[in-house]
Ligand binder design. Structure first.
Ligand SMILES: Cc1ncc(COP(=O)(O)O)c(C=O)c1O
Length: 412
């Protein structure tokens, strides 16, 4: 067992129920299996702030800064180096593929999740007997908007209700039918951190002949996620949250063999067989998911995205997953201990690391926390605390203490 590792309490309960009695007494985990101090030294802002906002924007790390500087240096030195820049975009595509256990051939490079979703949506046909889109009420608004925009092409959107910050799987069972073309279900709800069972939703969708689109933006980088094994047909994510990147780049994985059936109306020259054929009069389709590529790729963003994803993979997504789950558990317990209200499910099996704490004046509270050196993320009537692999137990305690104090002082 790695140094510092011990079993989280909820896991102990599960273990205890499976082990011969008497079960061993295990204490809470206080450190991850990797060198947390070494990690923290590579994230400058941690010297002055407690960063608990990775559900919104991850902090700058030495590796991502160096990657951005490598692009700036290349641009400054050579004026333009398209071969190297396109090569870096390909390397980022390959890195994303490796992150989700997939082949680079099945990954498209996008500029946002909005665009990735719109590319998929523009490749589907809503005019036949299957015109229904079943979208979860936990989708980030942009994803819902894209599906609603397809109504002018014949789509009919049905919403899976969110109750108490979570979704009952039975609702998919109720709504997905033989007329359903696609189910849109995020891996985790951006508002409460509620995590959905992709495989179970895929079973329901596929059983009725529908496709499954998964927005995994709120979880990638905090867990090992095997896209081909997940049951999903499409998996999209951007990079600026738990993947340590910046705005302007996103990726879309498409189940092998499926891309070839799509002819997206939202397209561009990088989606062609040979973008450099410069033939405006021929609309051919690139290999695999590449046909969903669009215009000139986001080059600088690709440098940064690759560096962030590669660092997470070097640290190890299993280790990161174990640690972020432990910090998430502490957020919930700590919030309860301070009399704060946690929105959404508290069962660790159904939670991303993000914890949403009810707070009416969330934006004012976010500002007050920032003045104390704590970076959290306001979203609607909640403050989200989103610990990541670099956070400590003390960060969580400091964040919760400050939140409780500020809320008490402002009656938020
Ligand atoms: C789950 C989720 N999906 C999508 C988005 C937005 O994606 P984009 O701005 O890349 O379209 C966000 C947040 O910004 C999000 O949390």
């Amino acid at each position: 067992m790695p140094q510092g590792w011990s079993c989280p309490r909820w896991a102990c309960l599960v273990l205890a129920s499976r082990l011969p009695s008497p079960a061993p007494i295990l204490s809470a985990m206080n450190a991850p299996s990797y060198d947390l101090d070494a990690v923290r030294r590579q994230i400058p802002i941690l010297g002055t702030h407690v960063a608990l906002n990775s559900c919104s924007q991850a902090p700058q790390c030495d590796v991502t800064r160096e990657a951005a500087e490598a692009y700036l240096e290349s641009w400054s030195r050579s004026g333009m180096d398209w071969d190297a820049w396109i090569g870096e975009t390909e390397a980022a595509r390959t890195e994303f593929a490796a992150l989700i256990g997939a082949d680079a051939r099945d990954v498209a490079v996008a500029t946002s999740v909005s665009q990735a979703t719109a590319s998929v949506a523009s490749g589907l046909d809503y005019a036949g007997t299957r015109s229904k889109v079943v979208a979860s009420g936990a989708e980030f608004p942009t994803v819902g908007h894209v599906w609603l925009a397809q109504e002018r092409f014949g789509a009919e959107v049905a919403w899976v209700p969110v109750r108490d910050g979570a979704i009952d799987l039975g609702e998919y069972d109720r709504l997905v039918d033989e007329r359903t073309l696609v189910v849109s279900a995020c891996r985790a709800y951006y508002q409460t951190g509620f995590k959905q069972d992709v495989a179970a939703i895929a079973d329901i969708a596929h059983d009725r002949g529908a496709l499954l689109f998964v927005d995994a933006y709120q979880t990638l980088g905090t867990e090992r996620f095997d896209a081909p094994g997940s049951g999903a047909d499409f998996v999209a994510s951007g990079n600026l949250k738990f993947l340590l990147g910046i705005p302007g780049i996103a990726f879309l994985w498409v189940r092998p063999g499926l891309a070839e059936t799509l002819h997206p109306a939202l397209t561009g020259w990088f989606g062609r067989v040979d973008p450099f054929a410069f033939d405006a009069q021929t609309l051919d389709w690139g290999d695999g998911a590449r046909r969903l590529d669009l215009g000139t790729p986001p080059i600088m963003e690709a440098y940064v995205a690759r560096a962030g994803m590669a660092w997470l993979r070097r640290i190890g997504l299993d280790a990161v997953g174990t640690w972020t789950a432990e910090l998430g558990r502490r957020c919930v317990e700590g919030a309860h201990a301070r009399g704060l209200t946690v929105l959404g499910p508290t069962d660790p099996a159904h939670r991303a690391p993000t914890t949403a704490i009810a707070c009416e004046e969330s934006h004012a509270v976010e500002r007050a926390l920032r003045a104390r050196g704590i970076i959290a993320s306001a979203r609607g009537p909640a403050i989200r605390l989103a610990p990541h692999f670099f956070n400590t137990v003390d960060d969580v305690e400091q964040g919760l203490d400050a939140l409780a104090e500020v809320m008490h002082a402002t009656h938020a």
